[in-house]
Design a binder for this molecule. Structure first.
Ligand code: GLN
Length: 427
């Protein structure tokens, strides 16, 4: 047992739960403090997923990734703040207050893994776990100037993750630099019989920036309407660094990109509306005052404890799945998703990687994104990798008005090694 004291007070509200007396063991992460997003279950330590409905909930078991962290000797020093159930792009929808961006505390850190990103960016931990359903690792990595990797679908077990949208989300590493992201990925990747979607594809790779001869596709949709010009320019400059190292770039196109946001938001809200039905005060969540009708109890508890964004998404998802509308929305979203996946795989047959900005902008000011639709729009460049199930990394590549900009590199299924190598050029 060793006690870790924080290098500074948690003044960015990066943590929901802090563990000052963290245990550590022997292994590749021996003695390294690691922060874990609060939707990942930790035995004996509160897990809330950023929601008031889970305040006081302690899981009786560890998530698979937590077991692996412990085996590797890491010291889990806290559970990080997040948008409630992972629903958001700013960490403002947490029931535990917003997290501030350590680079500029008037701005959001991004979301939903904003607490993990702020914990790393402020130097409290060198690495952290996040989850990414539609960009929640890469967005905060981009806004806070750190590195974040969303693994291929199935490469990391999700056993013990509080599910938001099962067909899209992955647990992944976030760290100060590419080497640490790669190291943490090596610890968490691989088969787990308790997650039926987990593949037997462990990761063991030492990054090297030898990208000579690699072909990189630049989709025009990643530099289109809505992408801030200065951000686009910074990313183009970064891509020319890859060219100067011997990579060859080619223009390409992903025509189905225009359907990505619609397909994503119908899919994730549908899955969420089903996943969140377990928070009913009987299976999970506190019991409320006994009423005559059981549905009045459900309604009161869920109406009181779920935040606005969560309620909005449950309603959207329930509507999209309801009889008579299923074919119109959910089934269409599935078709659009298949087209997006096909477009990506077609392009990734001809090129080794796809490159573009992670986010269309720099971190907005706290409170700036009042309109949920406006917030959804900023996910346009991150959701496609989740819909296609392919790996994607965000690596800091420059600044615009003092705020970091992330370069996004996307590879084909299970080519985490390739995206890590290209990102390593910026280390
Ligand atoms: N911002 C996206 C959403 O709100 C992505 C969230 C995530 O990846 N968990 O759904």
């Amino acid at each position: 047992m060793q006690s870790f004291s924080f290098t500074e007070e948690d003044r960015y509200n990066a943590f929901i739960t802090r563990i000052d007396e963290a245990e550590y063991g022997e292994g590749v992460l021996s003695g390294i403090p690691v922060a874990v997003k609060d939707n990942i279950c930790t035995r004996g330590i509160e897990t809330t997923a950023g929601s008031a409905i889970l305040k006081g909930f302690t899981s009786p078991y560890d998530a698979h990734v937590v077991t692996l962290l412990k085996k590797a000797g890491a010291a889990i020093i806290g559970k990080t703040n997040m948008d409630e159930f992972g629903m958001g792009t700013t960490t403002e929808s947490s029931a535990f207050g917003p997290t501030l961006n350590p680079i500029d505390p008037e701005r959001v850190p991004g979301g939903s893994s904003g607490g993990s990103a702020a914990a790393v960016a402020s130097g409290m931990v060198p690495m952290a776990l996040g989850t990414d359903t539609g960009g929640s690792i890469r967005c905060p990595a981009s806004y806070c100037g750190i590195v974040g990797l969303k693994p291929s679908f199935g490469r990391v077990s999700r056993y013990g993750l509080i599910a938001y949208s099962n067909s899209l989300e992955q647990i992944g590493p976030m760290a100060e630099n590419v080497s640490d992201v790669s190291k943490l990925m090596g610890v968490i990747a691989g088969y787990d019989r308790r997650d039926s979607t987990a593949y037997d594809r462990p990761y063991s790779h030492t990054p090297n920036a030898d990208i000579k001869g690699k072909k990189i596709g630049i989709p025009k949709e990643y530099f289109g309407e809505g992408v801030n010009e200065k951000v686009a320019e910074t990313v183009r400059d970064a891509i020319s660094v890859l060219e100067s190292l011997g990579a060859e770039t080619v223009e390409c196109t992903i025509p189905s990109m225009e359907y990505a946001l619609a397909a994503y938001y119908v899919t994730c809200t549908s899955e969420a509306s089903s996943n969140l039905s377990r928070f009913d005060g009987v299976r999970f969540g506190p019991r409320v005052e006994k009423k005559k009708q059981w549905h009045a109890e459900y309604r009161d508890l869920r109406g009181e404890k779920f935040g606005e964004e969560v309620q909005r998404r449950i309603m959207l998802g329930t509507f999209a799945l309801s009889a008579g509308y299923y074919g119109k929305y959910y089934a269409k979203a599935c078709t659009a998703r298949a087209n997006i996946k096909n477009d990506f795989l077609r392009v990734l047959k001809d090129v080794d990687l796809i490159a573009g900005p992670t986010m269309p902008n720099i971190a907005p000011k706290i409170g700036e994104l009042e309109d949920p639709l406006e917030m959804y729009l900023s996910d346009i460049l991150t959701v496609p990798a989740n819909l296609a199930g392919v790996p994607a990394i965000s690596v800091p590549c420059g600044k615009v008005t003092g705020m970091p900009v992330g370069l996004q590199l996307i590879g084909t299924h299970f080519n985490e090694e390739g995206v890590v190598d290209a990102a390593y050029a910026f280390e």
